[in-house]
Ligand binder design. Structure first.
Ligand code: PHE
Length: 353
């Protein structure tokens, strides 16, 4: 009987070698050590043996059963590992793709320089505790003008030539337009949160303007706003300088001039030394050596009030960074129209993967 069991075990080992899947292995297990498996069949004859023989065969049979169970467990584990490795190999990410694309001559996408700078600025402001907000391109007069202290008859409306929608108005009777600045998101931001808060809002804006080397009809701004108690012009200048230093990776020369925007008081224009010509004068800086980059100021009390904030308790600053101009300064681009040209020869110079 012992030799019978031993040869069964040898057969088992031979069969086990050829089993590939978990199901096959489990079947084999049942075949040998299941209730009516081959080993159990042999052991049914145990009762016919003498006590002496039982003493010898019993432990041997148990050992073979244990060995089979162990062999099965090991094999199952090996098969599982093999399956995992196979899955990993099948789903392998081809990090050599770029090379193979190159050799087949296909073009590979990259980020637009504007996107690169926007992401960089978002990271800088996020690290200084600012949120990043978004808002709609199609706005109404309330969010684009009135809430920003520019009522219907205010001459400042002429500062921003507007694309109006014909015969369309909001339920409150406010005319619709394409937003002329990201300051609309100041209004939305104030109405949806309680001070203190700080956020930036990058986005596309639209103006019905003649285009030239430094003006486009569709361009990008990045609005920023900080509201709290006892905020000062010093805070404003600190955040602006820190941001510019991080972007240009060096100290850039800036100058602050008084500027008029109905939604800030006092208002400033922050100019930077033209990085295209180094200040000598070119078409981008209109031969002045300086580029208007960052209009800003302390938020007008009327604007806070329209945003549901008590101007006697809170104050703050706001700025509207010209994102396209910043891209031009950072990369030394001499014409804003390149940015929207869709010319891949231009875009590909900034590719990062
Ligand atoms: N919204 C202004 C513009 O587009 C810029 C600005 C924003 C000025 C915030 C001051 C404060 O001209």
């Amino acid at each position: 009987m012992i030799s019978q069991l031993e040869s069964l075990y040898q057969n088992f080992l031979e069969e086990l070698k050829t089993q590939k899947t978990q199901a096959e292995i489990l079947n084999l297990k049942a075949d040998y050590i299941g209730k009516s498996g081959k080993i159990s069949e042999v052991l049914k004859n145990l009762k016919n043996l003498s006590v002496e023989e039982k003493k010898e065969v019993g432990p041997k049979a148990n050992k073979i059963k244990d060995d089979i169970a162990n062999d099965i467990a090991n094999k199952l584990q090996a098969v599982e590992i093999e399956e995992i490795n196979q899955k990993l190999a099948d789903n392998k990410i081809d990090i050599g793709l770029r090379e193979s694309v190159k050799t087949t001559g296909s073009r590979h996408g990259g980020f637009h320089p504007r996107t690169l700078i926007r992401q960089e600025i978002e990271d800088i402001f996020l690290s200084m505790g600012f949120d990043v907000l978004d808002g709609p391109h199609i706005e109404d007069e309330f969010h684009n003008f009135e809430a920003l202290n520019i009522p219907g008859d205010h001459p400042a409306r002429d500062m921003q030539d507007t694309f109006w929608f014909k015969d369309e108005s909001s339920p409150e009777g406010k005319k619709h337009l394409l937003r002329t600045h990201t300051s609309t998101i100041q209004v939305r931001g104030m109405l949806s949160r309680k001070p203190p808060f700080r956020f930036i809002a990058p986005g596309t804006v639209f103006r019905c303007e003649r285009t030239d080397a430094s003006h486009e009809m569709v361009f990008q701004q990045l609005e920023g706003m900080m509201v709290g108690e006892n905020i000062s012009v010093g805070n404003l200048i600190y955040f602006m300088k820190t941001t510019l230093k991080e972007i240009f990776k060096k100290d850039v020369e800036v100058r602050l001039r008084p500027g008029f925007f109905p939604f800030v008081e006092p208002g400033f224009e922050l100019d930077i030394k033209c990085q295209v010509c180094g200040g000598k004068g070119c078409s981008v800086c209109k031969h002045t050596g300086w580029v208007e980059l960052l209009p800003c100021g302390m938020i007008h009390p009327n604007v806070l009030r329209a945003g549901g904030i008590d101007p006697d308790k809170y104050n703050g600053f706001a700025f509207g960074l010209g994102l396209d101009r910043l891209v031009m300064m950072k990369y030394g681009i001499d014409d804003i129209r390149h940015l929207q040209s869709g010319d891949l020869r231009f875009n590909e110079q900034f590719k990062t993967y």
